[in-house]
Design a protein around this ligand. Structure first.
Ligand code: FES
Length: 102
């Protein structure tokens, strides 16, 4: 059974308008803060494996630092290549920490 795993303290979350990379159980995650809403995606870009958590956040999309492909942080939907989609993970912030269902 998959369970919620602690990712970080609430104080470590990215500031509004930013993304940050975390690694949990060996998996890279991209945590995005869209105007206070925390979204968590798989941190490995489906294009060529770039680190999405080191990208930038623009208009609700994370932009990969390697070749600038952009993905909606709420749905994982790509802006360009319809075949490249990022998995979005269920996440919750409670008791001062971010937990994600892995
Ligand atoms: S690896 Fe992310 S856009 Fe190419």
């Amino acid at each position: 059974m998959t369970d919620f795993v602690r990712i970080c303290a609430q104080s470590e979350l990215p500031a509004a308008g930013q993304v940050r990379e975390f690694v949990a159980t060996g998996r890279a995650l991209c945590v995005a803060n869209v105007d206070g809403a925390i979204c968590v995606l798989d941190g490995t870009c489906p294009h060529e494996g770039g680190p999405l958590g080191e990208g930038t956040l623009e208009k609700g999309r994370v932009v990969c630092p390697w070749h600038s492909y952009a993905f909606d942080v709420r749905t994982g939907a790509p802006q360009d290549d319809a075949e490249l989609r990022v998995e979005v993970l269920e996440a919750k912030v409670e008791n001062g920490e971010l937990r994600v269902k892995l």
